[in-house]
Design a protein. Structure first.
Length: 361
């Protein structure tokens, strides 16, 4: 294109400035209406200020309207931050997560709730549940399964006794980085990381660092902290952790599976209404009799209910006594799932609804 026919740069910048002013005005208008919604709820003692199912509906609409050039992921992230900031005008949500700072759980917290929340790092999954149960935190964020290594048993076991409900989920792509104060792998004598992370990088470690000792620690952030204070140590952790602890990245994306991801659950005290695209999670206490699993799965097949996950865990109630954790597509109020529940209850000791919640957007 010739210079003569090229758009005038000053004119384009003026258009951008005008659009920016319109965007800012509309965001302010949205925040004002959000304040009106909050004011109307103050007279209702049972009102809930943050509704995950409503937020999920808004974000799905964002994706449905998107015609580019920005990706769905980018637009969802922008709208999450707008909603997070509008909600924080009344009171920022307190969100407990498996800490310390710099963990993937913290990343999942901000990815799900936006950055206008008060993030509370906790030392253990148990403590996350305790803070939410006590009302100190509004919600908690905990890992439940990894696409490479499977279930996070500590999280599943908490549902054996906790009254908390699952209020949401988020799938987070996981990439691991080897970091150290040392510039070369040959100078490293020990590598710290969380046990799950070491397992997710098992093949890389075997092929590239077969003679270097590995040690499991409580979190990847703790691994980075140790590497920062040790002369010949390295850590495997997320990319942002390197900057937090002054470490240099020696190797990136060392996870064995390129599509490695972790699913996180949002736990709270609400049993949510349907959002239109939901999952339901159950915990089933089994009777010790033949054909039990058949009696659990048969009603799902007959009702056309899709099961996305099943795990078994010791019930802690007796030797060889187990419970099943099952995820299904749909809401507990949907007729097919309600029918399935009635059938399952005929053949089991106890069925506990862990939550019906929006699918990850």
């Amino acid at each position: 294109m010739s210079q003569k026919n090229s758009p005038d740069l000053t004119q384009l910048r003026d258009q951008i400035d005008a659009i920016d002013a319109d965007i800012q005005s509309l965001i302010a208008e949205r925040a004002g209406i959000a304040n009106q919604v909050a004011a109307s709820k103050r007279n209702d003692l049972s009102a809930v200020y943050y509704r995950p199912e409503r937020e999920s509906q808004v974000l799905r609409a964002v994706k449905a309207r998107n015609k580019g050039p920005l990706s769905d992921e980018v637009l969802v992230r922008l709208f999450r931050e707008i909603m997070s900031a509008c909600l924080a005008q009344q009171k920022p949500l307190n969100i407990a997560f498996l800490g310390p700072e710099g963990t993937f759980s913290e990343m999942a917290t901000y990815r799900y709730f936006g950055h206008s929340v008060q993030a509370m790092p906790e030392a253990s999954i148990d403590q996350v549940f305790t803070e939410v149960e006590a009302g100190v935190a509004d919600f908690g964020v905990v890992p439940v399964e990894n696409s490479t290594e499977g279930a996070v048993n500590n999280t599943l076991d908490m549902f054996l006794s906790s009254p908390l409900k699952i209020c949401g989920e988020i799938d987070l792509p996981i990439h691991h980085y080897l970091m150290s104060k040392q510039p070369k792998l040959s100078d490293i004598k020990i590598i710290y990381s969380h046990r799950q992370t070491l397992a997710q990088c098992r093949a890389w470690l075997r092929n590239n660092a077969p003679d270097i000792e590995t040690m499991g620690v409580s979190s990847n952030a703790e691994a980075a902290r140790r590497a920062a204070y040790s002369e010949h140590a390295a850590a495997i952790a997320g990319q942002t952790t390197a900057a937090m602890y002054g470490l240099q990245i020696l190797h990136k994306n060392i996870e064995d599976q390129a599509d490695n991801a972790t699913r996180f659950l949002i736990v709270g005290q609400q049993l949510l209404a349907a959002s239109g695209d939901d999952k339901t999670s159950l915990m089933i206490a089994a009777k010790d009799e033949p054909g039990l699993l058949y009696h659990i799965l048969r009603p799902m097949n007959e009702q056309g209910v899709t099961m996305t996950r099943i795990e078994s865990r010791p019930s802690k109630q007796g030797r060889w006594d187990y419970v099943f954790f099952i995820d299904m597509v749909g809401h507990i109020d949907d007729q097919p799932i309600a029918n399935t529940m009635r059938e399952i209850q005929r053949f089991t000791k106890h069925v506990k609804v862990l939550g019906s919640y929006p699918k990850s957007v």
